[in-house]
Design a protein around this ligand. Structure first.
Ligand SMILES: *Cc1c(COP(=O)(O)O)cnc(C)c1O
Length: 383
């Protein structure tokens, strides 16, 4: 390969190369569903749900159409009512605040820890009012939030917890009561199978998990138009299903999830070592007690032109992304007189200084050399 070809091949996520490595299995599974005609709620969906339950060590997995629906169904199943306050981090993807707002609940946003990027337990506790009903820790970029203090806060204030594991499926957290998969601590865990997630399908998909039989029953019913017996609707629900083709793809990829997460860790180790001596960059901070599945590898930049670095990488054929450029409380749709610029300094600082580099299961050493070389060149030329 020439240098140009190596660079051309670099992507944030290389799903085509991953597919090529499992093509025979995937093609057979997809064609099997097509031939079966069990396109909706077929045996593949049931088997995938059971296999994910076993993997996560959780009693119930309820598959649904996407990760945003999973959050919404969880909030509906918990019976949250308009006016109830739900606390979420300010530094995250919009989905959490979106469903809170759509259900007429009141989103309360709080600042994050500047090292781990996850919700700061002290900020969380400070935001609790008599109206607070639930908290949504998001396990951002692939590692658990600081769960011991968060579990303690939820218990003391009698709050529901919905863990958003869209970016951290497969990560473990060791709490005072032992090691569990993230997403199995709260009343509900939710996840997304969007193609670029660590466990991604070939379209949209999502799931909720719970250890509570009654909540599981309710969530299943809500996801299915609020009906348990066909055409008898006991509550208002939604239509949110994982389709059989996606379930068939996910069954294959679930078996490889640990291997995939390990491959991501190898990439992270390479980046950590390559940038360790550069004061202009900090490696992603690790949360004690948590493993990391590196959905993203996100650096913090110091006193360099972050957007200039991104533009330079792009000119070298290397994609890089800013997750997330605008904190929730400064998004146009979520403007709120309760919140102003400057209210969440860690989040605002992260939005201005972070950059995420390519990370996926198919990266080569040549690609990593190209990427780290280009980052170092930019920093040397702008020192
Ligand atoms: C991707 C993502 C979602 C939403 O998942 P969809 O399947 O795209 O609806 C929710 N929360 C977080 C943190 C995500 O990264």
């Amino acid at each position: 390969m020439t240098m140009a070809e190596v660079k051309k091949a670099i992507q944030m996520v290389d799903l085509a190369t991953q597919y090529a490595s499992i093509k025979d299995e995937i093609d057979q599974a997809i064609l099997g569903v097509v031939a079966s005609s069990a396109y909706i709620n077929g045996p593949e969906v049931k088997s995938f749900g059971e296999e994910l339950e076993a993997y996560l060590g959780v009693k119930h997995v309820i598959p649904c159409a996407n990760g945003t629906d999973a959050l919404q169904i969880a909030m509906m199943a918990l019976g949250l009512q308009p006016g109830d306050e739900v606390i979420a981090p300010s530094f995250t993807f919009v989905a959490t605040a979106e469903v809170i707002a759509l259900l007429g609940l009141t989103p309360v946003v709080v600042d994050v820890d500047p090292v781990t990027f996850n919700v700061d337990p002290a900020c969380l506790e400070a935001a609790i009012t008599p109206k607070t009903k639930a908290i949504v820790p998001v396990h951002l970029f692939g590692q658990s939030a600081d769960m011991d203090p968060i579990l303690d806060i939820a218990k003391r204030h009698n709050l529901y917890m919905i863990e958003d594991t869209a970016q951290a499926i497969g990560a473990d957290y060791t709490s005072k009561s032992g090691t569990q998969k993230v997403g199995t601590f709260g009343e509900f865990g939710t996840t997304s199978f969007f193609p670029s997630k660590n466990l991604g399908c070939y379209g949209d998909g999502g799931a909720l998990f719970t250890n509570d039989d009654t909540l599981a029953d309710k969530a299943r019913q809500i996801a299915n138009h609020g009906m348990k017996v066909r055409y008898y609707h006991d509550m208002i629900g939604v239509n949110s299903r994982l389709d059989s083709i996606q379930a068939a793809v996910l069954r294959i990829k679930l078996r490889k999830l640990d291997e995939y997460n390990l491959a991501r860790n190898k990439v992270a180790e390479y980046y950590d070592a390559a940038f360790a001596s550069l004061p202009q960059l900090s490696a992603p901070g690790r949360q004690p007690g948590s493993s990391h599945v590196f959905h993203q590898y996100t650096l913090k930049t110091h006193e360099i032109d972050r957007d200039g670095l991104r533009a330079y990488l792009e000119s070298e054929g290397i994609p890089a992304m800013i997750y997330y450029p605008v904190p929730l409380h400064l998004q146009k749709a979520y403007q709120d007189p309760r919140y102003n610029k400057g209210d969440f300094p860690h989040t605002e600082n992260l939005s201005a200084s972070v950059i995420s580099l390519p990370i996926h299961t198919e990266m080569t050493t040549e690609q990593l050399e190209t990427i780290t070389g280009a980052v170092k060149t930019f920093i040397q030329n702008h020192a």
